[in-house]
Design a protein around this ligand. Structure first.
Ligand SMILES: [Ca+2]
Length: 329
């Protein structure tokens, strides 16, 4: 059968065979109109080869005993859209009775809509998700869709893609996205590919995920939390590359002095995190109000490695001197 739509009243042409009444070529020439026979040669016994051919709005039905030599049943004209549905039908012609039929040597030639891509890979990054999928036979372009719940509803992210990769940068870090891809050509659009999910994260979220199994800045994973009770907040542990669940003084900053012995120094370990501001503060007493910044780094200056900061004050000018590291976002 070839039909314009899946609606019950669609235009169609059909070429079929029954066990007792030969082969029938029928049509519905207008939407909602009556079905009518075009040709009905009788006295033929199954099995037979059947063929239905469309050329513009002209439909031709053929039969054959061997699939090689064909006899035309008839030709009819039915106006249909350029895209149509092609299918096989089996019917008992008796309400309440199921029937079974076997078709073989089935083929559909001409332009058909593409298959959905066989698979989809989604790889999360910082502020993006990279997608890739295998090419789908007959596809002219692809559409990427995503949802924030598995199974949708999906919304288009990008359409008309001629390649088989896409980087979705319109994502919010810390949100899990579910993606599917469809393939399209001039005939139609495939079903959706299998779903792939990804969770884009910024570096601090990735760190929380690695150490605490969550991205949210809450509970034991919060920037201000100190679950290992070593006096250092998680943000500070992150900034100096230490383990937030294992108290270890060896990770702490170290006091020293410059080679000429005139200035104190503070040495600590820094990670390459442009979002952080590292500040070394100095004071003559540990009172909170006494501290002032003597050095700072942020942005691209935050390269990874050991950093030694000298106190600009001379050791001899102070009876006591304190140095500490502060990390802020
Ligand atoms: Ca800690």
């Amino acid at each position: 059968m070839i039909r314009e739509s899946l609606n019950a009243n669609s235009t169609f042409v059909i070429n079929y065979m029954s066990p007792t009444q030969g082969i029938a070529f029928q049509r519905r020439a207008s939407t909602g109109g009556s079905a009518a026979g075009v040709a009905n040669p009788t006295g033929l016994t199954p099995p037979y080869w059947l063929r239905l051919t469309r050329s513009g709005n002209t439909f031709t039905a053929d039969r054959s005993v061997d699939g090689t030599t064909w006899t035309t049943l008839g030709t009819t004209t039915v106006t249909m859209a350029s895209s149509v549905y092609v299918g096989l039908v089996a019917c008992s012609m008796s309400d309440g009775n199921l029937m079974q039929a076997a078709f073989d040597q089935v083929s559909v030639t001409g332009q058909t809509s593409p298959e959905a891509p066989d698979s989809l890979t989604a790889t999360a990054g910082d502020g993006k998700v990279d997608l890739s999928w295998p090419a789908s036979s007959g596809a002219a372009s692809y559409t990427v869709q995503r949802a924030t719940n598995s199974g949708g509803p999906y919304a288009n992210v990008a359409a008309g893609l001629t390649g088989t990769t896409y980087s979705d940068t319109s994502v919010t870090n810390g949100t899990t996205y579910y993606y599917v891809v469809t393939a399209t050509n001039s005939v139609g659009t495939s079903g959706a590919s299998i779903e792939a999910k990804a969770l884009p994260v910024d570096p601090r979220q990735a760190w929380r995920l690695a150490h605490f199994g969550q991205v949210a800045n809450t509970g034991n994973a919060a920037n201000t939390a100190d679950p290992d009770r070593d006096g250092r907040s998680n943000l500070l542990e992150y900034a100096i590359g230490s383990d937030p669940s294992q108290s270890d003084d060896a990770d702490a900053g170290a006091l020293g002095h410059t080679a000429d012995g005139l200035h104190l120094t503070f040495t600590f370990s820094r990670i390459a995190a442009p979002a952080l501001t590292y500040t070394v503060e100095a004071a003559d007493s540990p009172d909170q109000a006494a501290w002032s910044a003597v050095w700072t780094s942020t942005g691209a200056s935050n390269t990874a490695g050991s950093v030694t900061v000298p106190d600009p004050e001379l050791i001899g000018a102070h009876s006591k001197r304190f140095l500490r590291l502060k990390v802020t976002l």
